[in-house]
Design a protein around this ligand. Sequence first.
Ligand code: FES
Length: 113
Amino acid sequence: MSEAEQLTDEFIRVCELGELSVNEPALAEINGVRVALVRDGEDVVRAVNDTCSHANVSLSEGDVDGCTIECWLHGSRFDLNTGEPTGPPATAPIAVYPVRIQDGDVFVSVPSS
Ligand code: FES
C-alpha cells in the first residue's frame, strides 16, 4: 500500500454525531484542511472541502438544500455526494471525504495537506 493510500484510510474522530444539527453545516479542521460537515435527517454525515472552488469562500456558511450545499456568495451549489457543482459560476468540483460513524462518534478521512 502506498503512503497516499495509508493516509486516505486514516479516519480521525471529529465530534459526536449529536453535536451536528440536521442540515446545518459545521466547520471542522482536519489534517490542516477546512472541512464542511453536513448531517442529514437519516443521521448520515457528509464531509466536503469547505472552500468554494470559485473563490475563497467558506461553504459551511452557506445553506443546505437536499443533498447540496449552496455557496452564499454567488449561489453555486455543490453535490454533497460527488462534490460536483450543479450550476455556475463554479465549474470545478470540491473534494469529498469518506465519513464513518461509530458508537455515536463521527470520523472523517482527509489526506494531509
Ligand atoms: S465564491 Fe462560491 S460561487 Fe462564487
